[in-house]
Design a protein around this ligand. Structure first.
Ligand code: HEC
Length: 135
């Protein structure tokens, strides 16, 4: 065996290590990409709305918006079920309608105004409520 032969073996070992290493990284990158997509099913504003909704609204309206939160049973009138037809809503089931409800509240009902949460938050929550009417 001459020196060139060993050099060749050495080079091919290095080369295969480098190539395999690249492949592994590619696989890991692909895995990270799928993980991120499955977690981020909601766009950022909807995700923000969902967080604020779960804190401020779900106790009455329920996490899915079916009007069945833990406080709902003792309330009269009942919290709106977001799946109910638009005709049963006082201000309408659009983003604008929900914003009006959140800014003014509904007189004579436990649905008070949420102006203190701030415009950005109310906009995100309204978007999420409209999302819940369809999902
Ligand atoms: C204390 C319980 C309670 C909480 C908390 C609450 N709601 Fe309500 N909500 C109600 C009740 C009760 C009604 C029904 C009012 C009626 O029919 O007059 C209502 C009605 C609504 C309606 C329907 C308005 C319409 O046009 O008819 C929307 C939209 C709404 N709530 C959104 C929210 C959001 C968003 C939050 C959180 C920021 C929230 N609510 C928090 C009790 C609650």
């Amino acid at each position: 065996m001459n020196k060139n032969f060993y050099q060749l073996i050495f080079l091919s070992v290095i080369l295969s290590l480098v190539l395999n290493c690249g492949k592994k990284e590619e696989k890991e990158e692909a895995k990270t990409a799928t993980e991120t997509t499955s977690e981020a099913t909601l766009d950022p504003e909807l995700a923000k709305g969902k967080e604020a909704y779960n804190i401020n609204c779900a106790s009455c309206h329920g996490e899915t918006g079916a009007g069945d939160g833990i406080a709902a049973a003792s309330l009269n009138p009942k919290p709106r079920n977001y799946k109910s037809p638009a005709s049963e809503w006082k201000n309408g089931n659009t983003e604008e309608g929900v914003l009006k409800t959140l800014n003014e509240g509904i007189k004579g009902s436990p649905m008070v105004a949420y102006k203190h949460l701030g415009d950005d938050s109310l906009k995100a929550i309204s978007k999420y409520v409209v999302y819940l009417t369809k999902n």
